[in-house]
Design a protein around this ligand. Structure first.
Ligand code: ATP
Ligand code: MG
Length: 344
């Protein structure tokens, strides 16, 4: 039944972006000066998980490249590349194709980019709230012709620990807020994915709207459910997904997305996750004390509160229970993968 599995990959960039016209317009407006040879406006995309932020940023750059060939562009995932040098190395490689010396100082990397960037270019800084060395934003700001699209869950997380000198310069720019998708938009996204990736007649309207309803406005979860449903149905020798499989498919998809997110956690977030897996419902102080015991290079409580805990919350790994001014942290319940044959 699955004709082209790559259509369901998280980094698959669909040909058409559904229901995000105004968001696309804002980002392409910000990038428009590049068409006349000028530096673009920086822009920031904010919103919960699975609502198309990365997709819109990439699609806007794709659109720009259809207008202006060879616009230098780079993509950095700051969750993986969180140091100043890692970000600059990635940009030097992507943006200007620079051959990197084995070890290059920050200054050398900035020079490499500056010297090789001819004309305006754009960098997508995905998960930019995960940067540990935010000075790099200042480095990028100083590079002539360079603009960025920064993506984060919430604006407060991003600017929380920037020093004022940096904030005043780099916080200028477009801000585009994304909210969760409605069921109709998710259904439309699913419909197109099914046409691209599954055999004819693999889903009917009922199944699509059922998945859309259960996916809580999260396109990633919905697309994963479609793939899981198709796999389950194939295993039964069916060429269409029957309604009775949808609930299990959505539950398993949720698990799958969760496992992938867990694998992306950095050591601090992972330690927090493990601590809560052992003892649920801790208050912040207790959680921090346990984290400090298990991590050999712990961050401060403030940093944990402003950076790592919100990330776990945004990715639906941790829930916060608020009671009379006290916050208790819980792991979000999901069915265990062992209960479903999908994950064996
Ligand atoms: N408007 C859309 N049209 C088509 N596909 C979409 C749309 N929005 C999201 N998707 C698909 O949903 C998945 C999740 O989208 P995306 O990665 O852009 O979410 P995100 O907002 O960046 O989430 P996160 O904060 O978790 O990184 C991707 O596979 C993407 O292709
Ligand atoms: Mg994203």
């Amino acid at each position: 039944m699955i004709r082209d599995g790559t259509v369901f990959d998280d980094d698959h960039l669909p040909t058409s972006i559904v229901g995000r016209n105004s968001h696309m317009n804002e980002v392409t407006d910000a990038l428009a000066p590049i068409q006349d040879g000028f530096r673009a406006e920086n822009c920031f995309l904010f919103g919960p998980s699975g609502v198309g932020k990365t997709t819109v940023a990439r699609a806007a750059v794709r659109e720009l490249r259809q207008e202006v060939l060879d616009v230098p562009h780079a993509y950095v995932n700051c969750w993986q590349d969180y140091t100043r040098n890692a970000v600059l190395e990635q940009i030097a490689r992507d943006l200007v194709g620079a051959a990197l010396p084995r070890t290059a100082s920050t200054g050398r990397l900035v020079d490499l980019i500056t010297d090789n960037l001819h004309g305006p270019g754009v960098v997508i800084l995905d998960e930019v709230d995960q940067l540990r060395e935010t000075k790099v934003l200042y480095d990028l700001h100083e590079i002539r012709g360079l603009s960025w699209i920064g993506i984060a869950n919430r604006e407060v997380d991003l600017f929380a620990d920037l020093d004022d000198r940096i904030t005043s310069r780099i916080s200028v720019g477009y801000r585009v807020h994304f909210d969760s998708y409605g069921e109709d938009t998710i259904a439309e996204i699913l419909d197109r994915r099914a046409r691209e990736g599954l055999g004819p007649g693999a889903v009917n309207e009922d199944v699509v709207s059922q998945i859309a309803r259960l996916s809580e406005g999260d396109a990633r979860r919905a697309i994963a459910a479609l793939r899981v449903g198709a796999r389950m149905a194939s295993r039964e020798g069916l060429s269409a997904i029957p309604s009775r499989l949808v609930e299990d498919a959505v539950t398993d998809a949720k698990c799958e997305v969760r496992q992938k997110t867990i694998s992306k956690l950095n050591t601090h977030q992972h330690a927090l996750y493990e601590v809560l897996a052992e003892e649920d419902g801790l208050i912040q102080k207790e959680l921090y004390a346990r984290y400090e015991e298990v991590h050999d290079d712990p961050v401060t409580l403030r940093y944990l509160r402003e950076n790592h805990l919100p990330k776990l919350e945004h990715y639906n790994l941790v829930d916060i229970e608020r009671h009379r001014g006290t916050k208790r942290y819980h792991l979000v319940d999901v069915d265990h993968p062992e209960q479903h044959p999908e994950h064996v």
